[in-house]
Design a protein around this ligand. Structure first.
Ligand code: ATP
Length: 362
């Protein structure tokens, strides 16, 4: 019987609301398998910063480092600012520290959910964005500087090591998937602005080098501007997409817009050792405390956590937990009887969770 230690960081805003729902679903899924999982909850984030002056304690980092996985809500409140004026954000806390270099963001349109794109249900949207998470234009902690009052500069760092490992992870994922909805071809698409920026030209160069290690997977390249058009007009062409940090941030929000709601978009941030799982949306302070947040992004992030544990530890029981959760979400959405307001329904957060658990137990 495996035993996993999971650190739970609910954070701010809707974070605690959706993480509580995610944990209910995980516990329900665990009933059917023999897997021992221990959850340890820690307080981090902007509310803690306001109260104590630190967003995340050194002792917490130690606990996170020792954990098998981290289940994360959201961090940040608009009225709580660091001395330099920025919001308290989770990326500053853990991405570099845990070396979570791959930010994996599935863009999947579930049956029963309306996409703003024409013909999307018939043609299918099902691809995964691999966003490089430790360098690029958002190189946390090695940030920008001002030149007096006249200019500001941010470095854009693309390293060989950083690019090779994210591109390799993208190709490995393509091997595990069933190909693009359009033609069933397993394909990795590199996205950057190599026609304008030297650092991106290097990213593309390294991409083509790594692609040679995967002759069984098709590889192609798009400029970011052309990619935004493709993601709206022909998203069924994509299978796995790999891109730099900031582009991945922007493109994955666009992707979430095509699948019905930000509240449906999960993510995994993983490195060779550590993994952290969270919705791609933020703390959504505008709806926090109202009980209307869609819990599905957090629930699917929980599914990704167990899928990752299953692959990493070669543990079919853990993988089964992930599969059961995703299947239950899929069925509950397809039936469409319960919907939170972001999906055009009237049901509160808790009823969405109950509908998912019902599917799992039926
Ligand atoms: P960040 O910059 O931290 O990513 P943000 O402030 O840009 O966050 P979000 O917190 O992601 O934005 O919220 C963007 C919009 O999406 C808000 O209107 C919010 O209410 C909505 N939203 C986000 N998450 C959910 C959810 N789970 N259910 C319903 N609506 C959501």
């Amino acid at each position: 019987m495996a035993a996993y230690q999971i650190v739970v960081l609910p954070g701010d805003g809707v974070g605690p609301e959706i993480i509580a729902e995610g944990l209910k679903v995980i516990r329900a899924a665990l009933k059917a398998v023999s897997l021992e999982v221990q959850f340890t909850e820690l307080e981090i984030g902007a509310a803690r910063y306001r109260r104590t002056g630190t967003a995340f304690g050194q002792e917490d980092i130690e606990k996170v480092r020792k954990a098998d996985a981290v289940y994360f809500g959201a961090v940040g409140l608009p009225d709580v600012r660091l001395p330099d004026g920025r919001e308290v954000q989770s990326g500053y806390i853990y991405r570099q520290d845990l070396d979570l270099y791959a930010n994996i963001r599935p863009v999947k349109l579930y049956k029963g959910v309306e996409s703003p794109l024409k013909n999307a249900q018939e043609k299918g949207i099902d691809y995964v964005i691999f966003r490089e998470n430790t360098e690029g234009l958002y190189t946390f902690g090695k940030g920008g500087f001002r030149i007096g009052n006249e200019a500001a500069v941010n470095p854009l760092i693309i390293s060989r090591k950083g690019t090779e490992r994210i591109v390799r992870a993208a190709f490995q994922m393509a091997r595990r998937r069933k190909g693009a909805p359009e033609d069933g071809i397993k394909r990795v698409t590199c996205v950057d602005k190599s026609n304008v920026v030297e650092a991106y030209a290097f990213f593309e160069e390294v991409f083509h080098e790594v692609a040679k290690e995967f002759p069984d997977i098709q590889s192609e390249h798009y400029y970011t501007d052309a990619m935004t058009v493709m993601m709206v007009q022909r998203p069924w062409h994509f299978d796995v997409v790999v891109t730099e940090n900031m582009f991945g941030d922007i493109l994955s929000d666009l992707g979430a817009g095509t699948i019905g709601s930000l509240g449906l978009a999960p993510s995994a941030e993983v490195g060779d050792k550590h993994g952290l799982f969270q919705s791609i949306h933020g703390s959504a302070p505008d709806i926090a405390g109202k009980g209307i947040a869609n819990p599905i992004a957090a629930i699917l992030s929980g599914a990704m956590m167990f899928d990752w544990l299953g692959t990493k530890h070669n543990d079919p029981q853990a993988a089964e937990v992930g599969r059961r959760i995703e299947k239950a979400v899929e069925t509950a959405l397809a039936k469409g009887r319960v919907r939170t307001p972001d999906l055009g329904g009237k049901n509160p957060t808790g009823q969405m969770t109950e509908a998912i658990i019902r599917e799992m137990e039926s």
